[in-house]
Design a protein around this ligand. Structure first.
Ligand SMILES: Cc1cc2nc3c(=O)[nH]c(=O)nc-3n(C[C@H](O)[C@H](O)[C@H](O)COP(=O)(O)OP(=O)(O)OC[C@H]3O[C@@H](n4cnc5c(N)ncnc54)[C@H](O)[C@@H]3O)c2cc1C
Ligand code: SF4
Ligand code: SF4
Ligand code: SF4
Length: 367
């Protein structure tokens, strides 16, 4: 089996699929890892895929020149967003200035990438989707927009930002925002979780992964657990048990960043709790283009304690560690067992605790 990058280290960025003129590459998702497999009968050995793959080269990363925390001044934007709404506010200013934003939205069961040129269109991007998104098709779109003189803002995971830069090269009109990224599971994991409730991704609507500092999955305003218990999907996500192999060796998990701006949650914030509950983003800026984006957007920004920010966000100094339960959890998933059963056998103590918490909540002993 010939693969574009090292076995099991593919990030699923899909840049190789977009560049291959012979349609010879298929990215195979085994849930444990992604692999971009080359069909040697179709391949003409042009080398374009290996050259473009972000996994095969060292990314250009820069130390932040600005460290801030803050939020969108527009309270509607801040409320709707996952954190402080800084991404949405920057995207809004960008389209209002005539640019095109490319980012991730949930459409027809897929976490795909598309473009937006109006205030109404960018709303589809709002909110963190805690799953591996699929940028297939967006690279050519960005390339064409830039070639036609358009300004483009790409917002995505660091590996995706690196992939965009490899695909289109160093362009004056390309602006990028990378998100601090803990790691991502295959969307098949989410599908399997939904299957326990007789749901699937195609029929899911308004899927939401968190409400500010509270993490819970919600589909069409319906939660899957009582409020005192984290659902099994987000429990395995937050415990780093469900990510694909490559994420545990992520080369973007460092202070030096790949985007013009980096956004995350300001977990180390020293602001009052009632302010933090409304959403506070961590905002790092690496370049002059990043400064330009921040100046254009309607944001409230203030200084932060740099050491605390790094300390409270481990992805700024190391990748997530594989918990001991991961192998068992994914082995059970691959056997096709019910999601809840896979979690029970991998995390028995936690499941018993959650079971008791649920009973206490339902009998109104704990609220
Ligand atoms: C998989 C994942 C893991 C993360 N891990 C961490 C972490 O460990 N620590 C931390 O501080 N922050 C993390 N974040 C970032 C955090 O969840 C917020 O996205 C960030 O703080 C920006 O918040 P906001 O309110 O400004 O974003 P919003 O205004 O809500 O906008 C979110 C933007 O992110 C894009 N986006 C959402 N999901 C995805 C996705 N799956 N792939 C590509 N683009 C996406 C949207 O399209 C939109 O442009 C993670 C985000 C994701 C998606
Ligand atoms: S070497 Fe060229 S033809 Fe072969 S898979 Fe890669 S991009 Fe496609
Ligand atoms: S990381 Fe991206 S470019 Fe590299 S093999 Fe995987 S999908 Fe292809
Ligand atoms: S942890 Fe790294 S490799 Fe994995 S999705 Fe995030 S940025 Fe990409």
């Amino acid at each position: 089996m010939k693969t574009v990058c090292k076995k099991d280290q593919c990030a699923g960025c899909m840049a190789c699929v977009d560049i291959c003129s012979k349609k010879a590459i298929q990215v195979v998702d085994s849930v444990v890892a992604y692999n971009a497999i080359i069909d040697e009968e179709k391949c003409i050995n042009c080398g374009a895929c290996e050259k473009i793959c972000q996994e095969n080269k060292s990314p250009i990363q820069q130390k932040p020149i600005v460290w801030k925390e803050g939020w969108a001044n527009d309270q509607k934007i801040r409320k709707k967003a996952s954190s402080g709404g800084v991404a949405s506010a920057i995207e809004l200013a960008f389209v209002n200035n005539g640019g095109t934003v490319c980012s991730c939205s949930f459409e027809n069961g897929f976490f795909c990438f598309s473009s937006a040129q109006t205030e109404q269109e960018i709303e589809k991007f709002t909110g963190s989707k805690y799953v591996k998104s699929n940028p297939k098709g967006i690279y050519k779109k960005i390339f064409d927009l830039l070639r036609n003189g358009k300004k483009v803002l790409f917002v995505g995971l660091p590996c995706q930002v690196a992939a965009v830069k490899n695909f289109v090269g160093d362009r004056k009109n390309l602006y990028t925002i990378d998100l601090i990224c803990h790691g991502t599971p295959s969307p098949k994991i989410l599908e399997r979780f939904l299957n326990d409730y007789q749901l699937d991704l195609v029929s899911a609507s308004n899927i939401k992964f968190r409400e500010k500092t509270k993490f819970y999955l919600e589909n069409n305003q319906k939660r899957f657990t009582v409020p005192t218990v984290v659902d099994n999907y987000l429990m395995t996500f937050l415990d780093a048990a469900s990510y694909t192999e490559n994420c545990y060796e992520c080369k973007y998990a460092k202070t030096e960043r790949v985007g013009d701006i980096t956004l995350g949650d300001s977990w180390g914030s020293e602001l009052a709790e009632d302010i933090q509950c409304k959403g506070v983003s961590l905002v790092l800026c690496q370049t002059e283009k990043g400064k330009e984006l921040l100046e254009q957007a309607d944001l409230h920004l203030s200084d932060i304690n740099l050491e605390r920010a790094i300390q409270w966000n481990h992805q700024l100094h190391r990748p997530s560690e594989k918990p001991k339960q991961r192998d068992k959890f994914l082995k059970e998933i691959r056997k096709g067992k019910k999601f809840s059963l896979c979690v029970w056998v991998s995390y028995p103590k936690r499941c018993i605790k959650n079971f008791i918490k649920t009973i206490l909540y339902k009998t109104k002993i704990v609220r």
